[in-house]
Design a protein around this ligand. Structure first.
Ligand code: SF4
Length: 155
């Protein structure tokens, strides 16, 4: 069975068997454990492969950081999805220089919080989390350890 099929099966298994609060605690503990030993500056796969999302109120600050006005920033770097969310036009993320984000603290909240594995209600985001195993090595480690904790048997 391919790894991503196995991971989707695990998501179904967790939805059927896991207690949502215990699952959040497990995710949080493993998030802390694996990120403590991982240097994201040597990776940046999320920046290179995902289309970062900007909320309306995050655009102004990001634009100011690189000396643009909001309109110019949108024109150069963003596009709107059907639900009117602003996302980066193309990958890799254009603000990555020497593997660091030049927007620093003014980067969008979604970038700061990725891969969201320490957030509440993980039970409702399991498929997205499984997709993130293909991008983020830390998420992959978390999911592999969760399979052991929950005695998940591969079919
Ligand atoms: S993909 Fe994961 S490990 Fe890599 S930089 Fe992003 S958050 Fe860090």
């Amino acid at each position: 069975m391919k790894k991503n099929e196995e991971n989707y099966d695990f998501a179904i298994f967790l939805k059927a068997n896991a207690d949502d609060q215990k699952l959040d605690e497990d995710f949080k503990r493993l998030h802390k454990k694996y990120f403590a030993n991982y240097d994201c500056s040597k990776c940046r796969k999320c920046c290179k492969k995902l289309h970062a999302t900007f909320k309306e109120n995050e655009i102004e600050k990001a634009a100011q950081k690189i000396n643009l006005n909001k309109e110019e920033f949108i024109k150069r770097y963003l596009k709107q999805t059907l639900d009117k969310t602003y996302i980066i036009k193309r990958t890799p993320y254009p603000f990555l220089k020497n593997n660091m984000c030049i927007l620093e603290e003014d980067k969008p909240k979604d970038c700061k919080e990725y891969p969201f594995t320490n957030k509440k209600e993980r039970i409702f985001s399991l498929y997205a989390t499984m997709d993130n195993t293909l991008i983020c090595p830390v998420v992959n480690n978390i999911i592999e350890e969760l399979k052991e904790i929950y005695h998940f048997k591969v079919r």
